[in-house]
Design a protein around this ligand. Structure first.
Ligand code: NDP
Length: 437
């Protein structure tokens, strides 16, 4: 008989925590999971899922514009923000409930409440203390907030009305995605970023195209690193004064470790407050693990899920599973989206590869009749020595779908010659990937 109440106590019911809890229970472990908010975490409640629903809604205005060239007359089209938000909330409630149900079905005990680590092997939630052989920290992160009356993505999902004028601070994933969402639905958007091009970390060609894409959608992009709120509706960005109805900060996220009791039991955190973990997601206290955004590695849902699954397999599946954060596909759901996997051109060179770059830019057939002046970018970075595809970088409609498929080939070690000998599927955007010469 175990000397602990449970084999695993998971703190945090988001993507990583839920996967770990469910798989651990399926391996036969006794598991409790605690969540202070709703089941599903950032991705389901206030991240990827509601964001994508808003993107779909926003993109309709592009379709309406394009429809004219296809012979359609669409009159009187107008958008109702409260209806969108209500529909989105219904869907999120459905998903959140499904998460809780799947946990219960797997035999996991679910507890609502804010849990803290009170001893090396004990977690307290709602006045109840549970001893656990292993503890998994999967509490995610929260948006950073600059001083002043800024909203963040958390509140953007619940605005009562579509703001007429929006000022967005930050040119990362969230800033760029929300700039397009608001602009597509009819807001006047100003995006302030402390560089001339948005999306730092992406390939320079993608960054350039994404920045142009914002401007092409009527979004005022200001490069400035001095932004302050000088009044309830006024932002000052360098010499520019911007009147807004809503100021939204999208300047990154912080791990939710404060108040969890981690450092008190010896868990080491890095300078940003993230739990320092090894490739098995194990912290400095060997039976305490951390996955997802709180572990400060790669803040993407599928990564958290993979990490959570690996912890469960390692601890209870007799399958020690290290996680290597390589070849992770990623997308920014701008309009059109940007999607990438692998090395950017500068990163490949920096890593010592002798690279050859294949690049295509063209107007997709989708816009032949609509006349939309928007180009697709396709860029493939190849190692000159062994012909291996090191990176694929795309901007254009459907590119996240394309990158997910090419990720399989790259994970299998695809070479440029493999792309070359692949038949094209005509007429598509993706065929250009196998036609680059
Ligand atoms: P990002 O790290 O992507 O971008 C933050 C932006 O804010 C950058 O442009 C950064 O500039 C800027 N910034 C940071 N600090 C300051 C500051 N003090 N003053 C002014 N600007 C500042 O963070 P997000 O908040 O956009 O998103 C958080 C994370 O969530 C992402 O990194 C991603 O991992 C995840 N996410 C993923 C999505 C997806 O997969 N589609 C969608 C949304 C979020 P600089 O570049 O100069 O540092």
């Amino acid at each position: 008989m175990t000397r602990f109440d449970v084999d695993l106590f998971v703190i945090g019911g988001g993507s990583g925590g839920v996967r770990a809890a469910r798989v651990a229970a399926e391996h036969g472990a006794k598991v409790i999971i605690a969540e202070a908010d709703r089941w599903g975490g950032t991705c389901v409640i206030r991240g990827c899922v509601p964001k994508k629903l808003l993107v779909y809604a926003s993109e309709v205005s592009r379709s309406i514009d394009d429809a004219r060239g296809h012979g359609w007359t669409i009159e009187g089209a107008r958008h109702d923000w409260p209806s969108l938000i209500a529909a989105k909330d219904n869907e999120i409630a459905r998903l959140s409930k499904a998460y809780a149900e799947r946990l219960k079905k797997a035999g996991v005990e679910i507890v609502h409440g804010r849990a803290t680590v009170t001893e090396r092997h004990a977690v307290t939630v709602d006045g109840r203390t549970v001893t656990a052989a292993h503890i998994l920290i999967a509490v995610g992160g929260v948006p950073k907030r600059p001083p002043g009356n800024w909203i963040t993505s958390d509140e953007a999902f619940h605005l009562p009305q579509l703001p007429t004028r929006v000022g967005i601070l930050g040119g990362g994933y969230i800033g760029v995605e929300f700039a397009h969402i608001f602009a597509g639905l009819g807001s006047k958007v100003t995006l302030v970023h402390r560089d001339t091009h948005v999306l730092r970390g992406f390939d320079p060609d993608v960054r350039e195209q994404a920045t142009k894409g914002l401007t092409a959608h009527g979004i005022d992009v200001i490069a400035c690193n001095e932004v302050v709120m000088t009044g309830p509706t006024t932002l000052k960005a360098g010499a520019r004064s911007i009147e807004v109805d809503c100021a939204m900060a999208a300047i990154g996220r912080s791990p939710c470790t404060p108040g969890l009791g981690l450092t008190e039991v010896g868990v080491k955190l890095d300078g940003r407050g993230a739990v320092i973990v090894d490739e098995m997601s194990r912290s400095s206290v060997p039976h305490i693990y951390a996955v997802g955004d709180v572990s400060g590695r790669v803040a993407l849902t599928p990564v958290a899920i993979r990490e959570g699954h690996a912890v469960a397999d390692t601890l209870f599946g007799k399958r020690p599973t290290p996680i290597h954060h390589r070849l992770i596909p990623t997308a920014v759901f701008s309009q059109p989206p940007c999607a990438a996997i692998g090395f950017t051109e500068p990163a490949a060179r920096e890593a010592g590869h002798d690279v050859v770059v294949f690049r295509a830019k063209f107007r997709p057939m989708r816009y032949a009749l609509s006349g939309r002046d928007e180009q697709v970018l396709i860029k493939v970075v190849v190692d000159k020595q062994d012909d291996r595809v090191l990176g694929v970088h795309l901007v254009g409609p459907d590119t996240p779908e394309i990158v997910q498929a090419i990720a399989v080939a790259m994970t299998m070690g695809a070479k440029k010659a493999d792309l070359d000998r692949t038949f094209a599927l005509h007429p598509t955007t993706a065929e250009e990937l196998v036609l680059l010469r």
